[in-house]
Ligand binder design. Structure first.
Ligand code: PA5
Length: 426
């Protein structure tokens, strides 16, 4: 990933960051890098995520998938156990991947109606093996397969931790399994079996995704001026300290739209701690230029706008027309138009004193996607280091999970009692 933060500098946008302060911040980036590098080396909890490109064994994944040649894959998982896989398959155009993350009954029923169950692979993913949404959806899918006369045990692969109810279920039915790597929180697990099983099952090049991740790792150095991931993280951190409490993440490529969702989870769940953290906003260029851009240009000056694009893409020519006012479009391409929109947005934001950062990848392929995922994770970890927070925990998310389980009678949880206490007072 290349990072251009020229439009986030104080010389361009009044609310931007001065070059002198970035120079000073770079000393802290150097110290943070030392901690990150040591954490990767020792495979310390969380930091171990940045060792995944070399730790993930594609053969383990391919062995678990032996004998499957599915027409469709449905990933049953939620949050970090779903968004990485969705991001990778959509970016790489691995057709046939569906995600069942929510427990909206209408959507679950619709998907089960649509799927060719006899040629679908069910990919159940849960690190803890206890997440109510995932296990409920899985039980529903399993039942639907049985009703359709499909032997679910022959069409299911499980990715989970070394112990827990999902591991027990997989063992009991002798299901093929992959392991969630040790020391890797869900949202940082895209470059493991958690994020790669569906892509592998649908014939995509997961080895190249991991090679891209490895390039990301090689690019880490002690200076933000030499490390794209740290440049992005440091500028986001510096801007947050100057009031940019929102980070609007805007890829200019439909295939990267799920990446916005993945980024939003990464940023929010990792950095939303101790009263800190930018609120990530998911957007898509050029579509959201016709809606959200109004706010980004003329609304409160509390934002960083992150614009992401591939430098090369397959293109479609725009045909000539005999309508005079439209003649400027003839001879152009849709990709050229999208690039013009990107650059116009960037310039218009800068002209309105709205800091923005340009992220570019060469093209959307397996390698660049692997590198992009890795570098955005490294950027997030750097922000966590600079902010002095616990990047790798998610106590608020866990609170909600325990409360929901308790309310459903799945155990005694004080969080559920707190919810019951509140609702009974109404
Ligand atoms: O990043 C995280 O830790 C979370 O988003 C989890 O991935 C999510 O809650 C799902 O948890 P599990 O994999 O245990 O089902």
């Amino acid at each position: 990933m290349d990072v251009d933060f020229g439009n986030a500098l104080a010389s361009v946008a009044v609310t931007g960051v001065s070059e002198a302060s970035l120079e000073r911040l770079d000393r802290r980036v150097g110290r943070a890098h030392e901690r990150i590098a040591a954490g990767i080396e020792d495979r310390t909890f969380g930091y171990a995520s940045l060792a995944l490109p070399e730790e993930t064994d594609p053969t383990e994944i391919r062995t678990a998938l032996e004998g499957f040649d599915p027409e469709a894959v449905v990933t049953v998982g939620i949050g970090g156990s779903a968004l990485g896989a969705k991001t990778v398959t959509e970016a790489l155009g691995c057709a046939g991947h569906h995600t069942l993350d929510n427990v909206d009954p209408v959507e679950t029923a619709r998907l089960l109606e649509e799927l060719p169950l006899e040629s679908t692979l069910v990919n159940v993913v849960s690190r803890s093996g206890t997440t109510a949404e995932t296990l409920s959806n899985f039980l529903v899918v399993r039942e639907a397969m049985t009703e359709a006369g499909v032997e679910w045990t022959e069409r299911t692969v499980v990715t989970t931790g070394d112990s827990g109810p999902l591991r027990d279920l997989a063992d009991r039915h002798d299901l093929p399994t992959c392991s969630v790597p040790e020391g890797v929180p869900g949202r940082f697990s895209a470059l493991s079996a958690v994020g790669l099983v569906p892509a592998a099952a649908l014939g995509c090049d997961i080895e190249a995704v991991l090679e891209g991740g490895a390039e990301g790792r090689q690019s880490l150095s002690p200076s933000l001026f030499e490390t794209p991931a740290y440049a992005y993280g440091a500028v986001a951190y510096a801007l947050e300290n100057r009031g940019a409490t929102t980070n609007a993440f805007v890829p200019y490529a439909e295939a990267l739209e799920p990446l916005s969702e993945w980024f939003a989870q990464l940023w929010a769940e990792s950095l939303g701690k101790d009263g800190l953290g930018q609120t990530p906003v998911r957007a898509l260029g050029a579509t959201d230029q016709h809606s959200q851009l109004q706010l980004y240009r003329a609304g409160r000056k509390d934002k960083l706008v992150t614009l992401l694009r591939p430098r090369e893409r397959e293109d479609v020519p725009i045909p000539d027309t005999d309508v005079d006012e439209l003649s400027y479009l003839g001879g152009e391409t849709l990709g050229g138009l999208l690039d013009a929109e990107f650059e116009a947005t960037e310039a218009s934001l800068a002209a309105a004193d709205q800091p923005n950062v340009r992220l570019e990848i060469d093209r959307i392929d397996a390698e660049s996607v692997g590198q992009l995922l890795y570098e955005l994770e490294a950027a997030c970890i750097l922000v966590g280091e600079l902010s002095g927070i616990e990047t790798f925990t998610q106590p608020a998310v866990e609170w909600g999970k325990r409360a929901a389980r308790g309310l459903l009678g799945g155990g005694e949880f004080e969080e559920a009692e707190a919810v019951e206490g509140k609702t009974s007072r109404r």
